[in-house]
Structure formats: structure tokens, C-alpha cells
Ligand binder design. Structure first.
Ligand code: ZN
Length: 133
């Protein structure tokens, strides 16, 4: 059973969205982190057992910038925590899901991550994440 770890929300400007979500969630942003390899600046909020991750593009051509151009700001992905990302990637591949990266890559929050293609998941972008050891 996969356990939700966080929900990713694409935003244009963290300087606007961090105070907005602090008000909305009645919870302070506890961490911001730039993930150079993904071209994103992230901001995290604790919400019970899960987290909200805001994602803003570091430049005009990044994946988040292109996502917002197409769909606007809003829900971007749901991330599920796994203990063994390699085993889970293998399992999902065998189930016919398409992995967007064949090798786990470093994500925010000291995680290894892998995304599944939304065309096989009812349009939902799914992230698998495993705490880096
Ligand atoms: Zn994420």
C-alpha cells in the first residue's frame, strides 16, 4: 500500500504563495529548498501526516513554468512514500506503468524520486519518493 507523502502544487511566485498557504493552512512554511536538477524552488508545509510542497520554476523554460503555461497554477502531483524505490519502480513497470525516469533522481527534502507518466494514471502525475539513506 502506498502512503501519501506530499501533494505538489505548481505556483508562479513563492513570495506570494508562501504567505497565502501559511494563512490557508494556519501553519508556517518550515523549509524552502532549491532543487537545481529539477529547475524548481520548493516550499514545504506540514499538514497532518502529509505535506504540501509548493513548486515554482527557477526559470521561464522549466517544467513547472511550462506546466503553468498550459494548465495554470494548481495541483501538480501526488507523492507516495516507498521504502525501496527500486523495487517499487520495478513493480509498477511490470504492471504496465511508464516511468518518466529509469533511475531514481535526487529530489527535494533529501529524497530519491521517480515520476510515473500521467497518461497511464488517469491524468494524475505520480511521484514515488524514498528517504535517502
Ligand atoms: Zn514532490
Amino acid at each position: 500500500m502506498l502512503k501519501p507523502e506530499h501533494i505538489g502544487i505548481a505556483v508562479k511566485d513563492l513570495a506570494i504563495s508562501i504567505p497565502l498557504f501559511e494563512k490557508l493552512l494556519n501553519s508556517q512554511c518550515y523549509k524552502t529548498e532549491k532543487v537545481e536538477s529539477e529547475g524548481v524552488n520548493t516550499a514545504f508545509f506540514k499538514t497532518g501526516d502529509t505535506k504540501i510542497e509548493l513548486l515554482a520554476s527557477t526559470d521561464a523554460t522549466g517544467v513547472i513554468a511550462r506546466f503553468i503555461e498550459k494548465k495554470g497554477e494548481g495541483f501538480h502531483h501526488i507523492a507516495f512514500e516507498v521504502n525501496d524505490i527500486y523495487a517499487e519502480m520495478e513493480r509498477l513497470k511490470n504492471e504496465g506503468f511508464i516511468l518518466l525516469n529509469e533511475i531514481p533522481r535526487p529530489g527535494a527534502d533529501n529524497k530519491l524520486i521517480c515520476f510515473l507518466h500521467p497518461k497511464n494514471t488517469n491524468g494524475v502525475l505520480i511521484e514515488l519518493c524514498q528517504q535517502k539513506l
